[in-house]
Design a protein around this ligand. Sequence first.
Ligand code: HEM
Length: 537
Amino acid sequence: MKDLDLSKGGANHQKPKGDDDVMTTAQGAPVADDQNWLKAGPRGPSLLEDHIAREKIFHFDHERIPERVVHARGYGVHGTFELTDPIPELTCASALAGEKGKKTPVFVRFSTVAGNKGSPDLARDVRGFAVKFYTDEGNWDLVGNNIPVFFIQDAIKFPDLIHAAKPAPDRGFPQAQTAHDNFWDFISLSPEAMHMVMWIMSDRAIPRSFRFMEGFGVHTFRFVNAEGKATFVKFHWKPKQGMQSVIWNEALKINGADPDFHRRDMWAAIDAGDYPQWELGVQVFDEEFAENFEFDVLDATKIIPEEQVPVRIIGTMTLDANVENFFAETEQVAFCTQNIVPGIDFTEDPLLQGRNFSYLDTQLKRLGGPNFTHIPINSPKCPVRHFQQDGHMAMQNPKGRANYEPNSWGEGTGEDRGPRGCPMRGFTSASVAVEGAKIRERSETFADHYSQARQFYISQTPVEQTHMANALTFELSKVGRMDIRKRVIGHLRNIDEGLAGKVCEAIGLPEMPEAIKPAREPITDLPESPALSILKN
Ligand code: HEM
């Protein structure tokens, strides 16, 4: 240490070792000293003329971009998806229909939903599980969660849900947890949320680490095979590490001691070569099953129990590389449900349809313009050819003369005519018959809000059920307004009288509130589904 020269603001210590590490400005001009602002005399005022200092400060001033409106706190890692059981009979998606053993690079971002970028990892919350497959026929994003259902059935309610879950606008708290009046007010006025409420009050909402949780595509999607035949599909990620959660008491302590617990766990595991793996599974079913199923397969508040449609494992994802730069990769990655490839298609799920608009729209602002697919983490790893051009930060403008079609440039003119759509290889939507009058109404087939909530609850072990009752008690005891507490208990009565009674007593209500009148009578004899319990797995 004795040869360190810390005079001149440290500039004398910062000597390059050779030509390769000479510092330059953003314009590439070599810099002599970036630790001392140019001054009129050593104690004189700083000169505006100092282009080196101004460039450095200017860039620093603009380092922040808006955090994501939801899922702001996330952690990204690289890996590979390996196809173990190709399914060309179901889909022509190259990553799923290719040779056994085919590998596709992936980037995964795990996240919490409600908290801001600096919030603690162990919040009781849904975890995002977004996977970008860089397939050889374009990027396919499976933008899922660690819970297979969602709070709402129609995307138009999403801004209200998120406003209610995030800090209240007047006081700016609570942060990163759901225990407050606004959230429970909204939830108790939206019976469709009851199934999801059971999941977030369960141990699933406080995973021990990202490595020990399942992932779900949530919506029903479509597979389309080479003959154009469509099948319904739901996607599942099954952790090879098994499933594990912490208990609430542990979560609170971990949050206090190390708010970065989940991201540190992922970094450390990958750094140590202990690569986490998930199996990709699909539940595949046809129109006939969909018509006979007790619930609407387009309703994102419902699952299809694995006991009814088994999950077929088709591949393994291994996460084996941490990012080189958190901002460039984890912050700038842009997942979007509308990023699909030939062989995969949407359904008419009204939540999915709204998501398809929302992601691209928000990313236009978050990433500063329409060219964020030029950022390396978002760029496909296959050729990209189109006539889109210009805009902020354009880096892949069309080359040559042709930037439109139809055009008659080409052989003989000395000019490249550019790309053309290809009916044989290109994306074609599944042929689905559509009819109906324009109408702003919820389908009758979406009206049962309690049956699967009950099925989830009865599928938990007694220990897990106790955790759920404790979670509801903790959350509702933070709700100031008694009428909101009562409304929630009124819903719980439609799910399980025993649970409603326990929570009612624990939060000190003098008598059981009346049950909320359901829009449709629940089915009370749905069988247990052991796959829904962590402890039975
Ligand atoms: C972000 C999942 C519903 C709007 C995300 C992310 C995930 C996710 C995992 C984080 C992506 C990342 O890591 O960068 C889901 C799931 C949903 C759902 C599974 C329901 C099944 C919705 C709905 C909307 C919506 C209904 C709006 C109508 C957004 C927005 C972002 C986001 C705006 C921020 C995207 C960004 O800034 O890059 N969602 N979401 N989500 N989601 Fe959703």
